[in-house]
Design a protein around this ligand. Structure first.
Ligand code: ATP
Ligand code: MG
Length: 345
């Protein structure tokens, strides 16, 4: 893809741990389950024929239970783990064809990773942790500190520059990890369960802050989580992994409305659907027949209005809600029954 800045393409990616891993990709093993392969060969199929692409500037969420292959996948993208087979492109660079110095360059300039348990240097201050990537890159001291200060301000850590990680709460340490990644101004951020260690309140705040940052920065992000509510809140696209395979990919609404199998359905059961589904997902489309104009009296909403806002409106007014597009044209109506059906699905 030309002129792109941060798109990722993954084709037929496999990672098998164990002796002589290449043999497991042969046809006779491909249809066998992960546990069968492990029992008979001792090899673990951590990634099985994974395909996806991430457009520039989007947040791509990878979600799945423990052991489903998420960390292996994100690490393979910059070859912190060597894939067994497949193709990875970052923009038009063939990652598997990179030599050592090209890989180092890729990791220092284009892609930054935020690790699950912060991965901070305990003997370095917040400032010195933040400038680390820029040191590797060889930037001058003034430039390093100026940039670090800017990103520390951005993540709300001004005043903590001279403190050590142990003097910070978990949420603050996580922000240092994020600041350190942002300081190198990468096109791509890889985040491996960055918020999983945080308690729910701080976690929600961090999610909101990440989304706020993203509305300014428009980075391409691969974000890993095992929490579907987090995935739905943060992701533009979500893939769900099970035993090394992608079992579903789609937008948050697609995942909630059409879970592909029992595994995904089980995740979706606990989701607050009203915070994911929008008026356009449940409305009856308006058919223009010349007689149905917009009724200025009744309640109305936009196509992107969430059900959580529509429900109180439906309770207050005893009539359907008119759905208007961004030019204020009537495009549909939301009826109470449609909302009840969607929520019960
Ligand atoms: N170095 C390794 N050697 C052998 N097997 C490994 C290795 N690393 C990971 N695995 C196996 O690969 C599978 C996928 O592991 P991975 O760490 O990618 O899962 P995960 O989805 O990130 O899980 P979690 O949510 O617990 O972090 C697991 O079955 C794991 O045991
Ligand atoms: Mg992991």
């Amino acid at each position: 893809m030309e002129n792109a800045n941060g798109c990722i393409t993954v084709n037929n990616l496999w990672k098998v741990f164990g002796q002589d891993p290449g043999r497991i990709i042969a046809p006779e093993w491909q249809d066998r389950s992960r546990s069968e392969v492990q029992e008979e060969t001792g090899c673990v199929v951590a990634l099985k024929d994974v395909n996806f692409s991430v457009p520039e500037g989007e947040i791509f969420v990878v979600m799945g239970l423990s052991g489903s292959g998420k960390s292996t996948l994100i690490r393979c993208l910059i070859r912190l783990i060597e894939p067994t087979q497949g193709e990875i492109y970052i923009d038009d660079e063939d990652v598997l064809a990179c030599n050592d110095s090209q890989l180092t360059e890729l990791r220092r300039t284009k892609v930054a990773m935020v690790f699950q348990r912060f991965g901070l240097f305990p003997h370095r201050t917040v400032m010195d942790n933040t400038v680390w990537g820029m040191e590797l890159r060889g930037s001058g001291r003034d430039e390093r500190e100026e940039t670090a200060q800017r990103v520390l301000d951005m993540v709300g850590l001004q005043g903590w520059e001279r403190n050590y990680p142990r003097e910070l709460s978990g949420g603050m340490q996580q922000r240092v990890g994020l600041a350190r990644a942002l300081a190198v101004d990468p096109d791509i951020l890889l985040l491996d369960e960055p918020f999983s260690a945080l308690d729910p309140l701080i976690r929600r705040t961090m999610q909101d802050e990440l989304l706020k940052l993203q509305s300014d920065l428009h980075k391409t992000m691969v974000f890993i989580t095992h929490d579907l509510n987090e995935a739905l809140k943060i992701g533009n696209q979500i893939v769900i992994m099970r035993d090394g395979e992608i079992v579903q990919s789609g937008t948050p609404e697609q995942i909630v409305m059409e879970p592909s199998d029992d595994y995904v359905t089980e995740f979706v059961r606990d989701v607050r659907k009203e915070s994911v589904l929008k008026a356009r997902n449940v409305m009856k489309e308006h058919v223009t027949n010349g007689t149905n104009g917009v009724d200025g009296e009744g309640p109305s909403c936009g196509t992107e209005t969430l059900l959580e806002e529509l429900i109180p409106m439906l309770m207050e007014h005893q009539k359907p809600i008119q759905v208007l597009d961004h030019q204020d044209e009537l495009v549909g109506e939301v009826h109470r029954d449609d909302v009840i059906l969607a929520m019960a699905h």
